[in-house]
Write a protein that binds this ligand. Structure first.
Ligand code: ACO
Length: 436
């Protein structure tokens, strides 16, 4: 059989006996991570479930994959493609795998596991530590010279209990896809996943939708009760065994591009100016402001519009802006529909309000911000808070609710005044009217 080139094999290890210092340290790291996962989710070692938190960030995934890849490079870990070809070495590895499956899949009769693993149409990919200790594996069946020739049926999949949920299962599946494509020419995997393992298979790109034509799998794979049929397409070219390197290169390229156009990655030390009793600080003196694109011309943009107020046409100085916003806020507070919006919603009256609305706003809070004279330095900021208040009302109550319709009437008044007061028009002044 033609064997495609694989990443360099690790040097053989003599035994699974006492681990050396580094290997022990890495085992301890796995054990700690495993224990943390178990503790954090309050579950037993035998049936791990996905963390209840949001999906892991790439860096966690990457650091696990990198850690295992480094172990592969150092020879501590090896992924091997094994079938029962009569050799002593393969027989020993398959026996080790049978032991892992027997412990991790207690509902499967040992004889059944044994029969399938050693049956010649079944292939296994095993993860071996220190040259001989089998710590996990996947066994799949192939159907050569049949309509299901492109298909592999995963019969068993397990990682030793103390090492679960520390990334070995992901590495194992990646190697299995790699070998199944290279050695057996497979394009699809199907499996009946145990219900408690559906989450794991989903994260390995298995779906509950079977896209392979029915005549290419139906009648070939074994039916299991209580499992969920899942499919994974094996990509023809993805470097499954080299994901960390590929992702690291993609990330570096992307970050390089982002850095070319932004300065967000440059962190300046905090400003001691106000601690030292300083007054207003010119924007151009703030480190990074000019580099981030601020210019005096942009800063002076407000000069390009006027405010019509009290039968006068006024420049948008900070004082005039303040007076204009005060006038507008008072109008809103006196509006016939203003009642529910005058103060923050009371959590005692509406217990679930703050679990739905995470960024609340009300007219009183706006008044306090306005009075501070430091908060609303542009009309856009003032309008944004007004919009937030009305949008929250829509989010919590729905678009047909009387409270929302009331807030909408105040909102319409707000923007009618803005449109008639900002000259020549809102667009020229760079003021955006957000649509509800
Ligand atoms: N349910 C839901 N999510 C899981 C499960 C599970 N049972 N196991 C792992 N995951 C998640 C992990 O949290 C992780 O998510 P993250 O990337 O967001 O952190 C992701 O799947 C990959 O986890 P790994 O650590 O790479 O997987 P692990 O080394 O634990 O191996 C396996 C997974 C093989 C299911 C292992 O937990 C195991 O042996 N379990 C017991 C035996 C078993 O149930 N085997 C499958 C039976 S079905 C069949 O064989 C066809």
């Amino acid at each position: 059989m033609q064997v495609a080139p694989l990443p360099p094999p690790p040097p053989p290890q003599q035994s699974a006996g006492p681990a050396d210092g580094n290997a022990q340290a890495s085992v301890d790291a796995d054990a700690a991570e495993h224990a943390q996962q178990q503790q954090g989710e309050g579950r037993t070692a035998a049936v791990p479930t996905a963390p209840a938190t949001a999906p892991l960030q790439d860096n966690t995934y990457m650091s696990r994959e990198k850690r295992h890849t480094e172990r592969e490079r150092s020879g501590e870990l090896t992924a091997k493609y094994v079938k029962n070809d009569g050799s002593i070495e393969n027989g020993r590895l398959l026996t080790g795998l049978k032991n892992v499956f027997s412990k991790c899949l207690p509902n499967m009769p040992k004889e059944y596991i044994c029969r399938l693993i050693f049956e010649r149409r079944h292939k296994s990919v095993v993860i071996v530590r220190n040259g001989s200790q089998v710590i996990g594996g996947i066994t799949y069946r192939t159907f050569p010279n049949t309509p299901a020739a492109r298909l592999g049926e995963i019969a068993f999949c397990a990682v030793a209990q103390t090492l679960q949920v520390t990334g070995y299962g992901t590495r194992l599946m990646n190697w299995t896809k790699h070998y199944a494509r290279q050695m057996d020419g497979l394009e699809y995997f199907l499996t009946y996943a145990d219900n408690n393992a559906v989450g794991y298979f989903s994260k390995q790109s298995f779906t509950k939708t079977v896209s392979l034509e029915k005549d290419k799998w139906y009648g070939f794979i074994k039916d299991y009760d209580g499992g969920t049929l899942m499919e994974c397409r094996i990509h023809p070219t993805l470097p499954y065994a080299g994901f960390p390197e590929m992702l690291a290169k993609q990330r570096a390229a992307l970050e390089g591009e982002v850095k070319r156009y932004t300065t967000g990655h440059v962190v300046h030390p905090g400003l001691p100016h106000w601690k030292q009793g300083g007054g207003p600080l010119p924007i151009q003196d703030i480190p990074g402001a000019v580099e981030a694109g601020w210019s005096h011309a942009a800063g002076m943009m407000y000069k390009q519009y006027s405010i019509a107020m009290n039968n006068q046409i006024l420049d948008p100085t900070q004082d005039n802006l303040h007076d204009f916003m005060t006038m507008l806020l008072k109008k809103a507070q006196k509006h016939a529909d203003a009642g529910p919006f005058l103060h923050a919603v009371s959590a005692a009256d509406v217990p679930d309000y703050y679990s739905v609305i995470i960024d609340p706003m009300d007219l009183h809070t706006m008044e306090e911000r306005l009075l501070s004279r430091r908060y609303y330095i542009t009309l856009n900021m003032f309008a944004a808070d007004f919009y937030k208040m009305v949008k929250n009302c829509q989010l919590y109550n729905g678009a047909q609710n009387p409270y929302f319709l009331a807030s909408k009437r105040i909102y319409d008044m707000f923007w009618a005044v803005m449109r008639s007061s900002i000259l020549p028009n809102l667009e020229a002044a760079g003021i955006v009217e957000p649509k509800l």
